[in-house]
Design a protein around this ligand. Structure first.
Ligand code: AKG
Ligand code: FE2
Length: 685
């Protein structure tokens, strides 16, 4: 059994004392004393045990506890040096400590946004243009800034040279120039630029690494304060190491591309370089660069073969090896990774290795195994066991794998054209009075109108004689089919899905305002968490609708331009799949960060769809829906009565009633899945 915490025992003892329960008092207090003694004893014993283990490993010479003093002497002196130096240069270091959010704003170049306006107000137009350009480079989706830049370009007094990036990083300038030559087979020109890019990249990398030695990112938990010496140091140190490793991604990420790093940035330089040098018959350098590339990928066949070719082309007797700088770089990186992986294996640390070239055998077997299991789990999740589909007609046309993600699916054939048209008619009728999105006509983009209609609103309009009852019925049925299909495709361990929100939504391009649009109809987001592309995280916290578990969108038409739905990685930038809307096409997906998505600008016409969110928690089920269903049922009953009366009177007058199964409604029921749908509905009623 676990040792009881001594403070809890102590307070229990005091409570017993005040209740005059003397026996209990005695037991609790003795227990408290023993418990405390045991914890203290364990600490001493563990110290001794770990010390002994360390001594064993240390071998002869200075005992390890004395070595430790030496290590910490270095640490203290280093701390003194750093703080003294910094104090000399910028004053007390604590004065310059900031929060992460300010740091992020600078990273996003927000100050230039304000600077622009300040310059403009003072008629310093060239400076304003530079500030605007600098901001736009890092925020290419910022529409306002784009417009401002267009205005500056039209101003006679603003020269072309003003449109420059004030924060330009040398390695990107060299890299971009290098690539344009390289792609044009201009190797002579590409070589010095690639070398410059490499040098500057290493320089930027070292700068980034130094800044990793910043303050400890606390995890706002009380636990942090209770960490003991070795634990706390290990924690902070591993955090610094991980940050240093991440710098590889940092330098490989262009401004404005957020966390979208160029793959294998440093090694790829050498891949291009050996080829470029060989192209200009500089065999010596070609060999050196091929060797260097092979340091990262020793088993790469193509480059090994190339190396052989270069060697036979080169003069005999050349003793050439890889670049020493890179040898050291790799050595250091692998030593760091070894430590980090030790922490991953033993200290509950998580690590996303930024390098694809890390040798397999450096990663502990347990960690590799865990990665394998997770991968397998992810792929198993895509194909769970599911029962027979709820309807025969609709078919799965794209599964998660085809959509390059997890927990996403496209189903076609959920509605007939007539049904789509009927529901769109409903949306149009409502259009004039349509309830927008939190009451705004254009909540996502100024270039489109956005109309939304809830089920209850639709049914009420029928009641007021403003809309057709069949159209409302189709809306209801369409949403029911969407739920049933989603529930079938994503089995959730016998937990049923509940409607959480249902919205018939049309997005209409505003004519005459579509030229050069670069914004989206709906910005990239996740449905149940707040996406932070910078950190590639999705926070499940308000104001996100955290109870939404699955999302489904049932499309109603395709006669518009733009408006494709697309999925991205958590960076909100890397598009993994794109779906073209069409009548009866359902896209369903889990509502978290794994399914970040957006809608491309609708540049012409009107795009209508039923958006639905489902929840596993009954307490969040949509109350409005029951009300809408009740209301609709009542209206149908009363209209059935009227038609019965009409029929009787017709009969009396000698008309034969229409046979069942004809007319618009009968037509729909010819399709089996619709039959099942209406049967289900009747069962529910
Ligand atoms: O209409 C679409 O395709 C997606 C809409 C959407 O993502 C949303 O409303 O959350
Ligand atoms: Fe969404």
């Amino acid at each position: 059994t676990l040792l009881q915490p001594f403070d809890r025992l102590y307070y229990s003892g005091l409570r017993a004392y005040f209740q005059k329960d003397w026996l209990a008092t005695e037991e609790y207090l003795l227990g408290a004393l023993q418990s405390r003694a045991r914890v203290r004893g364990a600490k001493v014993a563990c110290h001794a045990q770990c010390q002994a283990e360390e001594d064993q490993g240390a071998g002869e010479g200075v005992p390890s506890h004395l070595q430790e003093l030496g290590v910490f002497e270095r640490v203290l002196k280093r701390a003194e040096c750093q703080t003294y130096c910094l104090r000399q240069q910028v004053g007390p270091p604590s004065r310059h400590r900031t929060t992460q959010s300010v740091e992020d704003e600078f990273r996003r170049r927000e100050p230039y946004n304000y600077l622009q306006l300040a310059y403009f107000q003072q008629q310093k137009l060239n400076a304003a243009a530079s500030a605007a350009h600098t901001y736009f480079v890092a925020n290419p989706r910022h529409l306002q800034m784009k417009e401002d830049i267009t205005k500056y370009r039209k101003m006679a007094e603003v020269g072309e040279e003003s449109f420059r990036d004030l924060e330009a990083q040398p390695h990107w300038e060299a890299y971009d120039a290098a690539l344009s030559h390289y792609d044009a087979d201009q190797y002579q020109e590409a070589i010095p630029l690639l070398e410059a890019s490499l040098n500057e990249s290493f320089r930027a990398l070292e700068d980034c690494r130094v800044l990793c030695e910043g303050p400890y990112e606390e995890e706002e938990s009380e636990e942090e304060q209770h960490k003991e010496l070795y634990e706390a140091i290990a924690d902070h140190y591993v955090q610094v190491l991980k940050c240093k490793q991440r710098c590889v991604l940092d330098i490989a990420t262009k401004p404005g591309r957020r966390r979208y790093a160029i793959d294998d940035f440093l090694p790829s330089h050498f891949d291009m370089l050996h080829f470029a040098y060989a192209s200009v018959s500089d065999w010596q350098r070609a060999i050196e660069c091929a060797h260097t590339f092979l340091l990262f990928y020793p088993k790469n066949q193509t480059v090994t073969e190339k190396l052989r070719q270069y060697q036979s082309a080169a003069a005999e007797g050349l003793e050439l090896t890889a670049r020493e700088k890179v040898q050291l770089y790799i050595k250091r990186s692998l030593m760091e990774k070894t430590l980090i992986y030790y922490a991953v294996e033993n200290l509950e640390v998580a690590f996303d290795d930024p390098d694809p070239w890390t040798p397999e055998d450096l990663i502990p077997e347990g960690v590799r195994e865990r990665a394998r299991v997770n991968k397998k789990k992810a792929s198993d999740e895509d194909e769970p066991e599911r029962g027979p589909p709820p309807y025969d007609g609709p078919t799965v046309t794209q599964n998660a794998q085809q959509l390059n993600g997890s927990q996403r699916v496209v189903v076609d054939g959920l509605l007939t054209d007539d049904e789509c048209n009927s529901i769109i008619r409903l949306a149009r009728v409502a259009g004039g009075s349509g309830d927008g999105y939190r009451g705004r006509r254009s909540p996502h983009t100024p270039y489109e109108n956005f109309q939304g209609l809830t089920l209850l609103k639709a049914v009420k309009m029928v009641g007021e004689g403003l809309a057709n009852i069949d159209d409302a019925r189709h809306y209801l049925e369409a949403s029911e089919r969407s739920l049933k299909m989603t529930e079938w495709y994503f089995p959730t361990m016998d937990t049923p899905l509940h409607y959480s929100f249902t919205h018939l939504v049309c997005r209409t391009a505003i004519e005459g305002q579509q030229e050069g649009r670069i914004d989206l109809s709906h910005p990239v987001h996740a449905d149940n968490c707040i996406l932070d592309p910078e950190s590639r995280e999705c926070w499940k916290e308000p104001p996100a609708y955290t109870h939404r578990d699955y999302s489904a969108i049932l499309y109603l038409n395709d006669n518009f331009e733009g408006g494709d739905l697309f999925f991205t990685d958590m960076d909100a930038a890397t598009v993994t799949a794109q779906v073209r809307p069409q009548c009866g096409r359902l896209v369903a997906f889990s509502a978290g960060g794994e399914n970040a998505h957006g809608v491309r600008a609708v540049t012409r016409g009107q795009r209508c769809a039923i958006a639905l969110w489902f929840t596993l928690s009954p307490e969040y089920s949509e109350q409005e829906r029951t009300e809408a269903e009740e209301y609709l049922k009542q209206m149908e009953l009363s209209s059935a009565k009227t038609s019965q009366v009409e029929e009787n009177s017709r009969r009396e007058r000698g008309h034969s009633p229409e046979p069942p199964g004809t007319g618009e409604r009968g037509d729909h029921q010819a399709r089996t899945h619709k039959k099942k749908a209406s049967k289900n509905r009747r069962d529910e009623l």
